[in-house]
Design a protein around this ligand. Structure first.
Ligand code: PAF
Length: 281
């Protein structure tokens, strides 16, 4: 696997891939890789495809009181994992390559980014949309893979691609989970043993509520029960909500694909998760 940190080197490598007739697949990450990321790499590996993974801890998507400074960084271990996983190129730009002096452009998305994490983390999705747009332009990828765990992020990126006529296919990959159901996340390492044991309440509460909503039970009752379960487990809740799976509008019609979404804090660690609910009728 080639590791590249400058734009000229990246463009030369991509040109060589293209000269071989390869399709370019991109797996954008912020590093601290786990099996969830590796499932994206695995999904990206196809005959005739070169897989580029990027690692860039994007300062523009962290709020002033968020965990940018302590966000886990372990590039050497990540690079080994990617090489073993069959990645062809690691794109590892330093901050000054991604955001050179004078950088002044922002990709802002309204609507789909307004609620949930967008409301709880102002400027977060602008930061994501801006860096992902840059990653798409830098790599010239044909297809990019994102985890469904960050469901609103995936919806925002699909919106950007559609609105800006980008010639790239976006693929969502199902959430990877630990044996007890907790969604894999680079932030899980912040949890101590007791918090980790309690955190399983998040997927369990969502699962119970999703089954209730899926069989047509009262939505507000199901959401209230999920909130009560999470509070009893020691979570401070940001939101537990039902949304249209495409627009993320709340109070979605039951004959539409829906998503149950939650964000909650266990101690200082903010966890998110979501579950699909099939249309009724
Ligand atoms: O999901 C992530 O890891 C990040 O938000 C992404 C998409 C790599 C953009 O920085």
């Amino acid at each position: 696997m080639l590791t590249v940190g400058d734009l000229d080197g990246l463009r030369a490598a991509v040109a060589a891939f293209r000269a071989d007739g390869a399709t370019i697949a991109l797996v954008p990450t912020m590093g601290a890789l786990h099996a969830g990321h590796m499932a994206l790499v695995e999904a990206a590996r196809r005959p005739g495809t070169k897989v580029i993974a990027s690692i860039f801890v994007n300062p523009r998507q962290f709020g002033p009181n968020e965990d940018l400074a302590r966000y886990p960084r372990r590039e050497a271990a990540d690079a080994r994992l990617l090489a073993e996983g069959g990645c062809d190129l690691l794109w590892l730009p330093p901050v000054e390559v991604m955001y050179p002096a004078g950088f002044a452009t922002n990709v802002g998305v309204t609507g789909v980014s307004d609620g949930f994490d967008g409301a709880a983390r102002p400027a977060h999705f602008d930061g994501v949309a801006t860096v992902v747009t840059k990653l798409f332009n830098q790599t010239g990828a044909d297809i990019a893979y994102f985890g469904e765990k960050d469901f609103q992020q995936l919806a925002v990126i699909r919106r950007v691609v559609a609105d800006l006529d980008m010639a790239i296919e976006i693929v969502g990959v199902p959430t990877q989970r630990d044996d007890d159901g907790l969604a894999l996340s680079s932030r899980n390492i912040y949890l101590d043993d007791e918090q980790r044991a309690k955190a399983v309440a998040l997927p369990r509460a969502l699962g119970v509520a999703a089954r209730a909503v899926g069989r047509g039970d009262d939505v507000e009752t199901a959401l209230a029960e999920a909130r009560a379960t999470l509070t009893a487990a020691g979570f401070a809740i940001d939101y537990v909500a039902l949304a249209d799976a495409e627009t993320l509008a709340e109070s979605p019609a039951a004959d539409r694909p829906r998503r149950l979404l939650a964000a909650a804090r266990m101690g200082a660690t903010r966890l998110i998760d979501n579950v699909a609910i099939e249309p009724i009728g």
